[in-house]
Design a protein around this ligand. Sequence first.
Ligand code: GLA
Length: 805
Amino acid sequence: MRNFFLSTVLTIACLLGTAAQAQKPVTTGDAIATDEVRNSDKSNPVGTFEAGKGTFLLNGKPFVVKAAELHYPRIPKPYWDQRIKLCKALGMNTICLYVFWNSHEPQPGVYNFSEQNDLAAFCRLCQQNGMYVILRPGPYVCAEWEMGGLPWWLLKKKDIRLREPNPYFIERVALFEAEVAKQVKSLTIANGGPIIMVQVENEYGSYGANKGYVSQIRDIVRTHFGNDITLFQCDWSSNFTLNGLDDLIWTMNFGTGANIDQQFAKLKELRPDSPLMCSEFWSGWFDKWGANHETRPADDMIKGIDDMLSRGISFSLYMTHGGTNWGHWAGANSPGFAPDVTSYDYDAPISESGQTTPKYWKLRETLSRYMDGEKQAKVPALIKPISIPAFRFTEMAPLFDNLPAARKDENIRTMEEYDQGFGSILYRTSLPELKNGATLTVNDAHDFAQVFIDGRYIGKLDRRNGEKQLALPACPKGARMDILVEAMGRINFGRAIKDFKGITRNVEISVDIDGYPFTCDLKNWEVYNLEDTYEFYQNMKFRPIQSLTDRFGQRIPGAYRTKFQVKKPSDTFLNFESWGKGLVYVNGYAIGRIWEIGPQQTLYVPGCWLKKGENEIVVFDIVGPKEARSEGLREPLLDQLQVQKPLTHRREGERLELSSERPAFSGSFKPGNGWQEVRFDKPATGRYVCIEALNSQDGKPLACIAEMYLLDKNGDRLSREPWTVSYADSEDVSHANRSADKTFDLQESTYWSTVEGSSYPHAIVIDLGAIHTLTGFQCLPRMESEVPGSIKDFRIYVKTQQFNF
Ligand code: GLA
């Protein structure tokens, strides 16, 4: 009986067709850049840079690296020189930079080292400005950049193991590093160039423990850069020993406010004679869509730099100037899925658009005391931003009237399988008759899906919130269902970097028939690849805008275009507060992503990409604008969050009830920085874990945790990938992001903090996603030497059922 209904009700959905899966040919044309090695200025003397006893040695003399981190692809090329000069004027002596593999090799074997990507030209410019260079060629870089710098096309090999000794991965890395060396090997200090050190991999300790793999990367770099270049690794003080190779220099990464002695304690113990360097001293932090704009106090940064320099410790200030994640290049953070915004302002001393900030002047003043007799360079002229009067968009090209040719596919596939790297993808199929509606399950939509039935908007699935299901209304047999999936940046941190886009597994509908649930996979799709390129949008058929809503009264996804006038081109910030979600192009330049939820509402448009007179703007908005207008502002809007769901994890009136619960463990932490571990007296089994903090080390009401782990039955760290916060009594999200999920975000410098003034006991409840047997708990307090909010006595409760609150 059940089968009868299943086959009659869902026949269309279950019919199997032969799917011709046409693949776009891969263009492996000639390399864009020439292969010739560009020599450095022969008049520059050759030099040496190496580790001496407790210090670096430059040409044999003690040298403290004062590096400013800048990423050339994040800065318009015409502004490179001015930004380097701004760093020089701070009192820095080095530029530290990443090489983003994916922007240099858009397709396998197609290399681009020209224009914005001209790494060699950037290094030469550094040298002309009297700056040394630290090169960080990855292959993985993190950096809040799409897939941590790895090219998306690696994912066309579905079973590839990234950042591991996987033959294909290593083969591609070797080919790429050879190209990097072709560009800049002649610019190493041994060849009279500015490059003093090259980094091997990047913070591998937060990915795994695999000295074999890290050694392979070291050997590749050595092979192409030669034996006379100094190589180093960077990691966290808590995990650098996992992958530290004997023949490489070890440097530490940590943020403003951190206890510097504690950060170098382990290194000093293991290598008492090593030069000390903080290779990433985080001046600020990056912003994510739907979360508060991040800032870090200038005084903490100054204190840290002063402290390090007074002891001859080298540093790189990450970021000294962050710049912009143009186009679709912003990455996403994990665990969970937290896509980064377009601006990489980073609350750095030099703003996104190259303006000096109060942090800049304080830092310049501090560095003036460490110039070793040299005069600080003059601050270069700043670019004066302009405003542009409000303008309206005149033309639109509705997406559903402008679909490219479809391909047919029996089963759903990812974007990568269709040879598509970026943009959106539309999956279309016909539904069986749904008399009483159905539940639609999409496993999983990466990253933002909108579902339409016969053109009518049904709802959205936002990966950030773990949304997978929607209720479908009753509809007749053959109704057309469209699932429009927009890919945001691929995850750039942690194990989740293997981040396929589009729909990654399958789509199901479930109906209830006579009280019985039936679920069926939907098959036979028409797939439309909407590649994010300017040409794709320009080739759409535009018509004058008559209305911004369709026949259902809903906003219209599509491309919107207009011309606007600029009297005297200069930097500006275009305002997109009245738009939905999408990508913006100005005069053909990919400017970045917009999303109404904020916190970023304006996009930085550099004056060097504007023209006197008429300029063209195209916005591809997958939701549709409320008003198709914009204007140029003199200041950015980076902190306008439109909160759609609460940032905290306790609803009004909720109060955790623990009086009838028995703790699995009661204990006390020691005061001070660093990881602490407790083992339970006996294993505890459950899915929901409550950490109840009873009091603090300093007697104050604040409670903070930077990171924590639970240990499984073998005493190993449990994966935190599926964890969610069920409850937290107090979370400070008034201006920063100090919610309880920061206890498992894999970032030791971010933390959960209760609101100032709310008193102990404090508690958080974590849903582990499944039942586990637990044997211990590891906890990291904040990094500052005063350890604010450090917890003393605590209890841990473990339950299979959810707690009462
Ligand atoms: C780490 C990475 C960087 C960057 C920072 C955070 O240190 O090495 O690439 O992601 O975190 O901004």
